[in-house]
Design a protein around this ligand. Structure first.
Ligand code: ADP
Length: 187
């Protein structure tokens, strides 16, 4: 059976960590557009070369590129069982996703919104920078990513509000506590 979940929340909210757990639990494929882009950067593709500059500046890669990447992934899946992590990030991406899911007869099950304190996420990301060394985890880029989230992505909360599918989750606490809240909300 097809199932689609969207994980939303500001950078550093813990989307990736929680997404991995929920994917295991519900047998979904995790599609992180950030990971897909970082893979292009590592492989040195044309897209990767272009995307790196944008990502390092904390800005968004163009909707066309992102939508094309997601479309290609979904079209090669026999069953659409996916969890989107970091997508959609703009209204145009959300509209394109609606259309894609309709074409593929894959209904949206829920949108999980991880709510966190902004200062706490800045601190989390600075700590992650020391461990993972992601080139966009420096303070200036982190603050830019947060403002891009507030301006371009948070309007999607309103976009999905009418569907009744948004699950707002308190993202502060231990990984296990947050995981438990998400599982309860999706049960
Ligand atoms: P985070 O949410 O922690 O900032 P991501 O790995 O989701 O990290 O994204 C890292 C960067 O990749 C973003 O700042 C942006 O430049 C780019 N990116 C990822 N997903 C998208 C998307 N859906 N639309 C546009 N740009 C994206």
């Amino acid at each position: 059976m097809n199932e689609t979940l969207i994980f939303m929340g500001p950078p550093g909210a813990g989307k990736g960590t929680q997404a991995t757990k929920i994917c295991e639990n519900r047998q979904l494929k995790q599609l992180s557009t950030g990971d897909m882009l970082r893979d292009h950067v590592r492989r040195g593709t044309d897209l990767g070369v272009q995307a790196k500059q944008i990502m390092d500046a904390g800005k968004l890669v163009s909707d066309d590129v992102i939508i094309g990447m997601v479309r290609a992934e979904l079209q090669q899946m026999a069953d659409i069982r996916v969890l989107f992590d970091g997508f959609p990030r703009t209204t145009a991406q959300a509209q394109a996703l609606d259309q894609l899911l309709q074409e593929l007869h894959a209904p949206l099950y829920a949108v999980v919104l991880l709510e966190v304190d902004e200062e706490a996420v800045v601190q989390r990301l600075l700590k992650r920078a020391e461990i993972e060394g992601r080139s966009d985890d420096n303070e200036a880029t982190i603050r830019k990513r947060l403002s891009v989230y507030n301006e371009q992505t948070s309007p999607l909360i309103g976009y999905y509000a009418g569907t009744g599918k948004i699950k707002k989750i308190d993202g502060m606490g231990t990984v296990q506590e947050v995981e438990q809240r998400i599982k309860e909300a999706l049960a």
